[in-house]
Design a protein around this ligand. Structure first.
Ligand code: URA
Length: 226
């Protein structure tokens, strides 16, 4: 377990590495637009880490994750369960803005995901929340939960227990990307429901029998919920 100072140091090292990621296919686009790379931000001791897809234009301009319209929705959702943004850690799978907000390519995910892996190892949260299908897919593969992979509308709001990123167990909750709430009230309702579930997990009041685990059923009785 790293101390706060050690975490800060490791995150700074990661930022520097990202700044100099000249071999990225998105590097020249970043430089030509005057954009910044976007590593995560928030509480280095956070129990919960939110993982989005990739920075949008506002994020790339400011060099901060979820600081645009989708970020406002995320702030509101956090507020709805009594959290402030500063209490959690927020990041993305891909750390540079893809042109025209297109979906990230496989090779981009491959190149940037080690940065996310390292953030997870450094922060060492108890719960990982995937915001949208890209981060859900990536995290489920890494957490030994691949067999439960399905469309985001089928897996959202379910609580999983996975194991990965240095052999640690993590609770995992996938939900929709907050940007969807900008266009659809029903998606917003689903997001609100899922955040209520997150709150229950954090409080330890989520029904442990509903947790979908990476290991076999019979070990379930030994689970320690947070
Ligand atoms: N969408 C994302 O997936 N990430 C951000 O940081 C902003 C918008």
């Amino acid at each position: 377990m790293l101390s706060f100072e050690e975490k800060q140091k490791e995150i700074n090292k990661l930022k520097l590495k990202l700044l100099n990621l000249t071999n990225s296919p998105l590097y020249s686009y970043r430089v030509s637009k005057g954009y910044k790379p976007v590593l995560g931000e928030g509480n280095l001791e956070a129990k919960v880490m939110f993982v989005g897809e990739a920075p949008g234009e506002s994020e790339a301009k400011e060099g901060r994750p979820f600081c645009g319209k989708a970020g406002k929705v995320l702030d509101e959702l956090l507020e709805s369960i009594g959290f402030k943004r500063e209490e959690v850690y927020i990041t993305n799978v891909v750390k540079d803005r893809p042109p025209d907000n297109r979906d990230p390519f496989e090779d981009e995910i491959e190149l940037y995901s080690p940065f996310l892996d390292k953030e997870i190892e450094i922060i060492s949260p108890q719960i990982l929340v995937a915001l949208g299908r890209f981060s859900a897919k990536y995290l489920m593969q890494k957490l030994n939960l691949e067999k439960f992979l399905d469309s985001i509308s089928k897996i959202r709001g379910k609580v999983f227990l996975g194991k990965g990123f240095g052999g640690k167990e993590f609770y995992f909750l996938p939900t929709f990307h907050p940007a969807l709430a900008l266009y659809s009230l029903s998606q917003r309702k689903f997001l609100e429901e899922d955040f209520k579930i997150l709150k229950k997990v954090l409080e330890g009041s989520f029904d442990r029998n509903k947790i979908i685990s990476y290991f076999k059923e019979e070990k379930k009785g030994q689970l320690n919920i947070i």
